[in-house]
Design a protein around this ligand. Structure first.
Ligand SMILES: Nc1ncnc2c1ncn2[C@@H]1O[C@H](COP(=O)(O)OP(=O)(O)OP(=O)(O)O)[C@@H](O)[C@H]1O
Ligand SMILES: [Mg+2]
Length: 510
């Protein structure tokens, strides 16, 4: 054990159940001063639940929490904050229609004799934001900033509130490489100041870069606690998943299967599609049964391309041709009817309907495709939901569970199921494995290949080069909102993709 081990927080024998689910059984967790501690496990393992009992979102069924040598049992996040525990959750949970300052000081506004001192608050907010290197106007609405900036604002707020423990539950899912670097810098500084940081992520590279210690959960049970530098990557994965998985082997297998697209029929073609201020007019062609990747940095126009094809954003000009048929005016309902599916990146905003059950969420797009007059019978709904729950290994006691009660990664799987259920001609997947654990990630990548081999066309947007290499037959690289190169066959390697993103390449993206 570490010499300077000075426990800040000890959770002992923690038990928490939900109807039909034992989310935590007898879990121990220790956090020391000045350490960054990774909490790892598959989707549904209990990571967020452990955090939520610590922060008073859920009440515990058993066990005790000792913080700074005192027994605590926070009844609400506010109470936890007062004790010095603050949290940034998986999805940004600030108020979009308040200003940045209001968000930073919500629930703890300093008061003057008469009313609230806004000048002071705005000044203080600027200072707090500067600590995370954000130089933005705090009087702006939160919603006017990108998800990444909103996430950094949430982190700035949490850092300002917290005295002892900072919890980051998948904060990096929506950050790009530079923003992650920025965040790590801040985390290192807080660590030096003696803060204890709990860090949840599915990015293994990040775990090895920033954390000192790892606690692993599986199915609500504690697997163990390890020093990061003493646990190999393969051991970590094996302990999380409970079996061995070999990512490399699977990637090689796919590489052999990659097909040349020359002789295959075109399935979807966008010609001169563009929108002023968003995307230069571009042509893009997707073959039947092909996985076409879109690569590029955050902001290069990948998601915008998908949104224009699906008609979420209306194109100024150009046309989408599906299976030989020109669609002049594309909008989502039309897109679904014509056989497109779109699994968005921001699942909370565009994906899940929290109050509906898993079954209802899965059936949603299929019902839209068939039209409201052709109601899908309960029996068929159950059949379909059952099929995808099994296929994607969605962890839930029942398909009648409200989707908001699922773990983050399992919600993501439900959205994927929704689009698979429509059996689309073209399936657009925007970062399909964000927030998905390593084991399931490989399964989803295999599924993408299988679907393509069965004739589905897939447009895959991913920031993971590994994922693009594992799945794609062809890749279009975007930069500054326009295609700058195309890769196929043996050119599809991580280093060539990276080089093309950086230097550009042959301009031939049709
Ligand atoms: N409010 C709730 N009601 C019912 N069940 C819940 C609730 N919250 C969590 N669960 C269940 O508890 C289990 C653990 O979920 P938790 O959110 O802690 O997983 P996680 O490890 O954070 O996973 P992920 O990596 O997907 O975020 C899951 O089976 C989940 O469905
Ligand atoms: Mg979680």
């Amino acid at each position: 054990m570490h010499k300077s081990r000075e426990p800040l927080l000890e959770m002992q024998g923690i038990v928490k159940s939900f109807p039909g689910v034992k989310a935590l059984s007898n879990v121990d967790f220790t956090l020391c001063k000045g350490e960054i501690h990774a909490l790892m496990g598959e989707n549904g393992a209990g990571k967020s639940t452990l955090i939520k009992v610590l922060t008073g979102v859920h009440e515990l069924d058993g066990g005790k929490i000792v913080f700074n040598d005192k027994n605590i049992r926070p009844k609400s996040p506010q109470e936890a904050q007062k004790l010095g525990v603050s949290t940034v959750y998986q999805e940004v949970n600030l108020c979009p229609n308040l200003t940045v300052s209001e968000n930073i000081f919500i629930g703890r506004l300093p008061k003057k004799k008469r009313g609230i001192d806004w000048n002071l608050i705005n000044e203080k907010s600027k200072e707090i934001l500067r600590r995370v290197n954000l130089d933005i106007d705090p009087t702006q609405m939160l919603s006017s900033f990108s998800v990444a900036i909103q996430q950094m604002i949430a982190i700035a707020r949490a850092v300002d509130i917290s005295a002892g423990i900072l919890i980051l539950d998948e904060p990096t899912a929506s950050l790009d490489e530079n923003e992650v670097k920025q965040l790590f810098k801040i985390m290192r500084k807080l660590k030096e100041d003696g803060m204890g940081i709990i860090f949840v992520t599915h990015f293994l590279d990040q775990v090895y870069e920033i954390t000192d210690r790892i606690t692993i959960l599986r199915n609500g049970n504690l697997v163990g606690e390890f020093m990061t530098k003493e646990l190999s990557r393969i051991d970590l994965v094996t302990k999380m998943v409970g079996r061995e998985i070999n990512e490399k082997e699977h990637n090689l297998e796919n590489r052999k299967k990659r097909r040349s697209s020359e002789k295959i029929d075109t399935m979807v073609k966008a010609v001169g599609l563009g929108k002023k201020g968003t995307l230069e007019p571009f042509d893009i062609e997707m073959k039947k049964g092909e996985v076409l990747g879109l690569a590029g940095l955050l902001g290069s126009g990948r998601t915008e391309t998908a949104r224009l094809i699906f008609g979420i954003d209306r194109a100024d000009n150009g046309v989408v041709n599906i299976d030989g048929k020109d669609i002049q005016l594309m909008y989502p309902k039309k897109a679904i009817e014509e056989g497109l599916g779109y699994c968005p990146e921001d699942r909370k905003k565009e994906g899940i309907v929290g109050e509906l059950t898993i079954r209802e969420n899965i059936i949603l797009a299929l019902q839209a495709k068939r039209g409201s007059f052709r109601y899908i019978s309960k029996r068929e709904q159950v059949e379909i939901a059952d099929k995808y729950i099994k296929m994607l290994q969605i962890a839930t006691p029942s398909m009648e569970q409200q989707i908001r009660n699922l773990s983050g990664g399992n919600q993501q799987k439900v959205i994927l199921a929704r689009w698979l259920a429509t059996n689309p001609k073209l399936l657009i997947l925007d970062e399909p494995t964000r927030g998905i654990d390593v084991g399931t990630r490989t399964e989803i990548q295999k599924l993408i290949r299988t679907l393509a081999n069965e004739g589905m066309t897939v447009l895959l947007i991913s920031s993971e080069l590994e994922e693009l290499v594992a799945c794609c037959d062809r890749i279009v690289v975007l930069r500054d909102r326009t295609p700058i190169g195309q890769l196929q066959g043996d050119e599809i390697t991580e280093s060539v993709i990276m080089k093309t993103i950086a230097d550009g390449g042959k301009v031939n993206a049709s």
